[in-house]
Design a protein around this ligand. Structure first.
Ligand code: GDP
Length: 302
């Protein structure tokens, strides 16, 4: 997996990796290099807070040790980056039945970030783990969304509950899906939702209602916020809106294969206070990986 992640990240011309590598291969780390390291971290979308913290730690440790060799600075940078990425955060997904009920996983995010695709990929992983899975197509706003989800469902061999009508009440579809999941005693119900950010009040009302009707049947054990890594800092403001509506338990960062700015992982986790649990590395059914902090840092610095 590490090799694949590395290949994907380097394919995207990783700003952080390339920039730092060039800097750290200089003979001496002087004041200019410090500034350039800082700039590189900012360019990689790490965010100002995290960058400030990291630079402080880095400078302090290098000063204490008295060693400014590029190798050592790079090592320390790797350790400090890892600490920022949060190696001890719980990144597991709730995928077991509890109290005789399926685990309901609500998937939220702005249109086009990759929710439907992510649900298809997650379902595939769960099926491979011998789980009974059911999909709920509560994105009734976008005409083709339910069909697209059902296509993923048949591709990975799991049923999809959807409405045949465009513009049906999303909460009613979510209710039906979770009811079917409870009746059929499945392990996991994955619920797709629409993400129209244009109207925040509508979005809040709609997601709130979806959550309420689901919880008449089974608790929402996970609310995964899907964010598109290529939108950079824009994704952060989206994240904020969604976190005001639902209690987000984890982030799925998609399209990491298409950005040079992997630092966004750190910025997003800091903003939301929840871990990135999964990353999307392409459009295909196998292009999903659990987020592995050490592998991620290694890939960034390689
Ligand atoms: P939704 O509106 O949030 O449900 O988004 P979709 O699942 O329909 O995805 C929107 C587009 O992004 C589609 O063309 C997907 O194939 C693509 N996509 C989703 N995830 C990834 C990813 O990890 N990498 C890349 N390169 N494309 C992705």
């Amino acid at each position: 997996r590490l090799a694949r992640l590395r290949a994907r990240l380097s394919k995207s011309n990783n700003v952080l990796g390339k920039g730092l590598l060039a800097l750290l291969s200089r003979e001496r780390i002087d004041e200019d290099v410090w500034d350039e390291i800082e700039e590189t971290l900012l360019t990689a979308d790490l965010g100002t807070d995290a960058t400030d913290d990291l630079m402080l730690q880095l400078r302090a440790r290098v000063k204490v040790e008295g060693s400014r060799t590029p190798e050592r600075v790079r090592e320390i940078l790797g350790e400090e980056l890892l600490a920022l990425v949060g190696p001890d955060m719980d990144r597991s997904l709730a995928t077991d039945r509890e109290d005789g009920k399926p685990s309901v996983i609500l998937v939220v995010g702005v249109n086009g970030v990759g929710k439907t695709t992510t649900i298809g990929k997650v379902a595939r992983v769960l099926v491979a783990e011998d789980k009974d899975v059911l999909l709920g197509a509560a994105d009734t706003f976008r005409a083709a969304a339910a069909e697209q989800l059902a296509t993923w469902g048949s591709r990975v061999g799991v049923p999809t509950v959807k409405s045949d009508q465009d513009g049906a009440d999303p909460a009613s579809v979510a209710f039906d899906a979770v009811k079917a999941g409870v009746d059929q005693e499945v392990d996991v119900v994955l619920v797709d939702t629409a993400g129209r950010l244009q109207n925040k009040t509508n979005l809040m009302d709609e997601l709130g209602k979806i959550k309420r009707v689901i919880e008449k049947q089974a608790p929402v054990r996970e609310a995964l916020l899907v964010l598109d890594a290529t939108t950079g800092q824009n994704g952060l403001s989206q994240a904020k809106v969604f976190s005001e509506v639902v209690n987000i338990t984890g982030i799925v960062l998609t399209k990491l294969d298409g950005t040079a700015k992997g630092g966004i992982v750190v910025a997003m986790q800091r903003q939301l206070g929840v871990p990135v649990k999964l990353i999307g590395l392409g459009e295909g059914p196998d292009d999903l990986a659990p987020f592995d902090p050490q592998a991620f840092v290694d890939a960034l610095l390689d």
